[in-house]
Structures are given as C-alpha cells and as structure tokens.
Design a protein around this ligand. Sequence first.
Ligand code: 5GP
Length: 175
Amino acid sequence: MITIKDKTFVPFITSEAIQERIQELAEQINQAYAGKTPLIVVVLNGAFLFAADLAKRLTIPCEITFLRVSSYKGTESTGQLKEILGLTESVANRDLIVVEDIVDTGKTLCDIRDQLQAQGPSSLAIATLLFKPEALQKPIDLQYVGFEIENKFVLGYGLDYDGLGRNTPDILVLE
Ligand code: 5GP
C-alpha cells in the first residue's frame, strides 16, 4: 500500500504477473513480425517501463522511437485534439507498433493513430499494457493488450498520480 498526497493505493497487479504477460505479448509480436523490421513508437511518459521490458524480449530486428502528445484546444467545431510532438522518424511505409500504457476513453490513441495513419505507414498495430473497456468512448482496434481492468484509477509501473508513483514495479489501484 502507498499513499501519495491525499490518496491511498493498494496492490493490484504484481510485478511478476506484469513480466509474465509481457513475455506472452513479446512472443506474439515476434511471431507476427517475423521477417519484418517494425518501428516501435513509444508514447511517453507512461509507457516507458512497459516499452523497455517489451523491447528487451523482442527477438526480431526493430527500431524504437518516442513521441509525446500535447492537448490543445481547437475551435468549437474541431474540439480538442491531441497533437503528436517529438516524432522525428518518417513512419511512411513502416510497420508501426504503437506502445501505450493504458487505454481509458481511447481518445489519445485515436488521435495518435489518425495522425500516424495520415503519414502512410505499411501497417499500424497497438500494444497497450492496460485497457479499461468500460471507459472506452471511441472505438479502436487493440492488437496487443496486457490486462483488461475495471474502470478505476491505477498507478505504478510507468503510470503516475500527479507526477508521482511511476517508479513502482507493481501496479496499484486507488482504494
Ligand atoms: P484516454 O485518452 O484513453 O482517455 O487516456 C489515456 C491516458 O490517460 C493514458 O495514457 C494515461 O496517461 C491517462 N490515464 C488514463 N487512465 C489512467 C489511470 O487509471 N491511471 C493513470 N495514472 N493514468 C491514466
């Protein structure tokens, strides 16, 4: 159990369970991408530990790059769009695997996916460690999902609460 500021978080997914599941996902990716050289696109900050542990288990040749998303307000008609920042590689004609920490409403990943698709990759798959199906508001195909979880706030293993808690090896849930 840990307390951060005014919130208490209790154990949820152990480090061992996370590592076992990542091994399974890596094996699926190794099979699916045999003979290819995918470009792994890591969504910072939350996916940094997941991406590192996943990448260490990939036996296929791959490149790894990083992006961030930034929220900005559009006009009333365009609504809010999350803009991709910091991606320097060309994704055209590449097999992309976007690595995300958690899919909640799905809005972030939809925006990322649409902006990457517009650049003409050969393929685009999504790997997310966590997925909250009950919270999903925008339909999105997720090829590699670590754990489906209920709609509660989680922290640890890359995920933060107010900037803290990213460094815990386990995932905890708000009490
Ligand atoms: P979405 O656009 O799918 O609603 O939100 C995705 C982003 O919201 C994630 O990348 C993550 O940064 C944040 N997020 C969503 N749910 C949680 C959660 O339970 N815990 C933490 N720490 N962040 C979350």
